[in-house]
Design a protein around this ligand. Structure first.
Ligand code: KIV
Length: 264
């Protein structure tokens, strides 16, 4: 695999090649995932839940994100490294720029932030100053208490319209990638078709430009509640590398996610 850049992701969308993304939090997994063929690795603030055992992502700090970004970046050579700006670390454009600089210095190639049109000025300042930005709409876990739980977003017509409008506003502001989480498949399909940038889905059906999974979900390391949109790829493969290679192959072929992993 040659080096994955933002330009390459855009070309993949234009050539209708699907993008496979997964989370990682350390160098060993990042290296194995890259060898398995993933195009992009996300240091998600999901680490608050899957590494730290918290009930939400809200307690994750900039120190946590910078540490894990450095670990992942040290394991990566070719994959695009995307790091989450954690809860309340981008409340103003100035704060976002300061914290994005920390993540870029730790080795990220792009930062991700959760929210809509109200972040337009932040996105354009980051982009102007050399920081590529990934948006995140739909179920944005940092707003779990506003939503009243981890719930599907965009089922009502008005809410779906708002998510679309936010997606367009973020693209106009300069985002180069968008994650859509837990929205009905038809809404994700429409947004992916309308936007010129790649859209990565998680619980957003099969018709986005790519997929992302939390690595623990892709490897069946979930205890208790297993989200509908996940699949344990390790169940059918003898090693972590082969399991993730199967994930990449299934995403690339449009086999994963299937209807059983999607919402209407
Ligand atoms: O934090 C994370 O891992 C994420 C993914 C679920 C998209 O934002």
């Amino acid at each position: 695999m040659s080096k994955v850049t933002t330009a390459r992701l855009l070309a993949m969308k234009q050539e209708q090649q699907k993008i496979a993304m997964i989370t990682a939090y350390d160098a060993t997994f990042a290296q194995v995932f890259e060898q398995a063929g993933v195009h992009a690795i996300l240091i998600g603030d999901s680490l608050g839940m899957v590494l730290q055992g918290e009930k939400s992502t809200l307690k994750v700090t900039m120190e946590d994100m910078a540490y894990h970004t450095r670990c992942v970046a040290n394991g990566c050579d070719k994959a695009l490294v995307v790091a989450d700006l954690p809860f309340m670390s981008y409340s103003t454009p100035e704060q976002a720029c300061r914290n994005a600089a920390t993540l870029m210095r730790a080795g990220a190639h792009m930062v991700k932030l959760e929210g809509g049109a109200w972040l337009a000025e932040t996105v354009s300042q980051l982009t102007r100053q050399g920081v590529p930005v990934c948006g995140h709409l739909g179920l944005t876990p940092q707003s779990v208490h506003v939503f009243g739980g981890f719930k599907l977003q965009g089922r009502e017509t008005e809410q779906a319209k708002q998510i679309k409008e936010h997606a367009h506003a973020l693209v106009a502001a300069g985002i180069q990638l968008l994650v859509l989480e837990c929205v009905p498949s038809h809404l994700a399909a429409a947004i992916s078709a309308e936007l010129r940038i790649p859209v990565i889905g998680i619980g957003a059906g099969p018709l986005t430009d790519g997929q992302v999974l939390v690595m623990q979900d892709a490897l069946g390391l979930t205890t208790g509640y297993v989200p509908k949109f996940t699949k344990n790829f390790l169940a059918e493969h003898p090693s972590v590398k082969e399991a993730i290679a199967a994930y990449v192959a299934d995403v690339t072929a449009g086999i994963f996610p299937g209807p059983e992993h999607s919402f209407n």
